[in-house]
Design a protein around this ligand. Structure first.
Ligand SMILES: [Zn+2]
Length: 267
């Protein structure tokens, strides 16, 4: 009997090793940053993984009415996923997904949904393939948690964009004039290619600028966690800041953020 059992174990190990050789199995924690139907029965899913960048995957059967994945593929659900992958292929096959934390009620709330659409679109489109960076994963986690604690969603979108640019190495230095290196900038005039700011003396015909309060907010964001934010001071033009950073991301990542049109009336 015991011998049979060992043979059984041996066989299992044999199959496991062989399978691994051809189609390695991995697992990861991840945020779902998008999903759409793929064929009649499957779903194409975008995952922001904790340690392995963005993964694009097929979830077989997930588009069927009753399926083994349940609601794990709702936007920004945090889950644990098991998947297979073939070398030289960018697509994974998701075999299992369990919810760690669903944020669906928060994300789908009408006050929040359009802001979260923009964040999802930036994550899906602006992160280079194969880039591994767990800071973006943690950034998204802290944005969601801060919203749970009622931090202003308009502030959180600005916070997200500034830190996204910072992590990607694309954020300008808010302390220094791009031209004369003056460190006492009060108003900041943004270069038309969004790669730096000019002081009053060096500004020419730039289309966009931040006033003193807006510049202070940007500096504050780069030093503090989002949950510490209190209220916008009245000299801050939220629409102005939002627009400038949306544009900056669009230009650097060479993309157009389609879902931004939804927020113009409510911001
Ligand atoms: Zn200057």
């Amino acid at each position: 009997m015991l011998w049979d059992y060992f043979v059984f174990l041996d066989l299992q190990l044999y199959f496991l090793l062989n399978k691994k050789q051809f189609m390695p199995i991995s697992e990861t924690d991840a945020f779902v940053i998008g999903s759409k139907p793929f064929g009649e029965q499957d779903k194409l899913v975008y995952l922001l993984t904790e340690n392995d960048g963005i993964k694009k995957g097929i979830a077989p059967g997930a588009n069927k009415h009753k399926n083994r994945f349940g609601s794990v593929f709702e936007l920004f659900t945090e889950g644990h996923f098991i998947y297979n992958w073939k070398e030289l292929k960018n697509l994974i096959t998701i075999s299992k997904g369990e919810i760690i934390s669903s944020h669906f009620d928060l994300v789908s709330d009408s006050k929040n949904i359009f802001y979260f659409y923009i964040i999802a679109e930036i994550l899906q489109k602006a992160i280079p393939e194969n880039q591994i960076n767990s800071r973006i994963y943690r950034l998204l986690g802290s944005i969601i948690n801060s919203r749970k604690k009622h931090t202003d969603i308009r502030f959180l979108l600005i916070y997200f964009m500034i830190w996204f640019l910072k992590i990607e190495g694309l954020m300008f230095n808010p302390y220094i004039c791009y031209n004369c290196y003056d460190k006492n900038i009060i108003n900041a005039y943004i270069r038309d290619d969004y790669r730096g700011i000019f002081c009053d003396k060096c500004s020419k015909t730039e289309k966009n600028h931040f006033n003193e309060e807006e510049l202070k907010l940007i500096k504050w964001i780069l030093l503090n966690p989002p949950s510490k934010h209190q209220m916008f001071s009245k000299n801050i033009n939220i629409k102005n800041i939002t627009n400038i950073f949306l544009k900056k991301i669009e230009i650097h990542a060479e993309l157009s953020i389609k879902s931004k049109r939804y927020i113009y009336d409510i911001i």
